[in-house]
Design a protein around this ligand. Sequence first.
Ligand code: HEM
Ligand code: HEM
Length: 178
Amino acid sequence: MLKDSPQHYGSVTRAFHWLIALLVIAQLTSVFSSFLWEHNAYSLLILPWHTTIGVSVLTVMAIRTLWALSQLSRRPAHEGRLQRLAIAGHVIMYALLILMPLSGALMTWGSGYGIHVFGTAWFEGADAPWAAGFGKLHGTFAWLLSFMIVGHIVMAMYHHFGRRDDTLRRMLGRKDPG
Ligand code: HEM
Ligand code: HEM
């Protein structure tokens, strides 16, 4: 099923979730591993694509947000305090997934480099110190997002192996065996 239902996330929501997870984990791990081990083969492979991957995340996130809003009333219910906290966590992640590439794009544009996606200049550089200033936030957003993602994965594991409920299965697209 394409659309969400109270029992499962539909294939569109799942495709958005796992595509963004893959791209964002590639972005974060390629930068952080280059801090620990400069010029490692993995970072050398991914980092030249940092802007292209980041702009792709921004574009896909804009569409994903509209899709999520259209599915709100159909999605699995989140009742109780802990579940409402999970929803708040998801909203914060949506905000960071948009602010993260937006701050990177404003930084490179405002410091004169322009924004090059798949080898083409989407925007020529400008001398805009207000935009370049977003570079300071880019690193802070990256740490906040990393923290949220680690907590998110820990909670997914807790649901699956601790509480043995179907929270992970409904995002993997597998039927509840019970
Ligand atoms: C999902 C999207 C993105 C993620 C997760 C991400 C992640 C990161 C991280 C972790 C850093 C290192 C920060 C630090 O020095 O502490 C970084 C640096 C950087 N990012 Fe991104 N980024 C994203 C999108 C973008 C985009 C769209 C652009 C440009 C259009 C961009 C341009 C840069 C630049 C130029 C640096 C180097 C900044 C510096 O050394 O001060 N990033 N990014
Ligand atoms: C960059 C990594 C990730 C990000 C940014 C992320 C973000 C999100 C967001 C925003 C949601 C809310 C549903 C939606 O609108 O799509 C969600 C749901 C979910 N994610 Fe992730 N996710 C990531 C990685 C993972 C991983 C690696 C796992 C599993 C190990 C996972 C398991 C889940 C599960 C089980 C749900 C459903 C939670 C529920 O129904 O309450 N996520 N994720």
